[in-house]
Unconditional design. Sequence first.
Length: 429
Amino acid sequence: MKQMSHLDDIPSTPGKFKPYFHRTRWQSSVAKLAFWSLVFVGLIFIFFYRSPVSSNPDPSRRSLRTYSWGGPAWEKRVRSSARVRTRRGFSVLVTGAAGFVGTHVSAALKRRGDGVLGLDNFNDYYDPSLKRARQALLERSGVFVVEGDINDAALLKKLFEVVPFTHVMHLAAQAGVRYAMENPSSYVHSNIAGFVNLLEVCKSANPQPAIVWASSSSVYGLNTKVPFSEKDRTDQPASLYAATKKAGEEIAHTYNHIYGLSLTGLRFFTVYGPWGRPDMAYFFFTRDILKGKAISIFEGVNHGTVARDFTYIDDIVKGCLGALDTAEKSTGSGGKKRGAAQLRVFNLGNTSPVPVTDLVTILERLLKVKAKRNIMKLPRNGDVQFTHANISSAQRELGYKPTTDLQTGLKKFARWYLGYYNGGKKAAS
Ligand SMILES: O=C(O)[C@H]1O[C@H](OP(=O)(O)OP(=O)(O)OC[C@H]2O[C@@H](n3ccc(=O)[nH]c3=O)[C@H](O)[C@@H]2O)[C@H](O)[C@@H](O)[C@@H]1O
């Protein structure tokens, strides 16, 4: 009874619990035991009873994120999104699905009846609300975008358990040439570690999917031979971004060689268009011109022209679909190679470089606003002076044939931009 009344005396505030500890050694041990048992049970509960949660371990990200996934309802959505609707359709996992190219490719695949499941970590490299708007667009067409990171092996394994994907369209990456000087580790995290993690899961999957992935025109680096052909040297990258994409090409070779994974790398040349990336020059030039803010236009030594083989998104989408359609099956299964598999690299460009000054002139005409031009020397930040694609290989093997010139493509972009940002009044960030 004494005991009972004493227990009844114990106040509920933990801080006030302490004075009662000294009364007897026995009571103290029981209290400690009870306390640690509770902590232990609590930890077990958190570990087992929460749905699988994985965290993005990237220390370079401004916001550390946790993603929750799993459970019967989630699996049902995954399965339904990836369900093939035509007789010979594919079931495609699109990484970076809320990205610029990812959104367009996912929508195009879905339109033609393929099963599509998106994956994206919605990081804040640029305005995440634009990614959310793209996601909403995809959801309306029946594409579920799973929120998660390509570095999360448990999540990827789970996705392959739920759906036997025939193809992976791997577009998740840390993009942008100049940002690599600010945040180098984010490039290693996404473009190298993330890619390896994805390939590890793909090589162990049964069946192994065929993989098409985004490399970059930047791998040509300081190469001066134009137009750039896939046979040209790519061992002089000018940015860490380019170096990680080049590393990706070598890693692709390894996984093809050891595990029989079918791998196709696509070297994109400065892709632009509606729903584009705000970190790219055509996008932020548009924003700044409309705001009346000066823009910096780079020039080479001796006033040399800086030019890009700007490629319109719809042409790129056709190239991606062509690559998926011609991708042969991987030959291995469950981590074992059973024969030689396909390994390809293609340039996807427009074959007509345009000086950045001309890009600005086109934008001025479309926006009906004169740009405040600030001409400056090309900074040593990873930019190269010139890109120009030789696309004969993609033409021959993928049926790739770009049809949109910069003027036409930018017109479509400007129309989208003005609509999306309310005539430019709602400023893009
Ligand atoms: O082709 C590619 O592979 C790459 O294309 C773009 O990289 P980039 O061509 O540098 O595209 P932007 O950053 O939009 O620059 C376009 C042009 O504008 C120039 N520029 C950029 C920024 C600026 O303030 N002023 C300026 O004149 C650049 O030097 C470049 O010539 C993408 O950002 C990369 O992710 C992609 O991999």
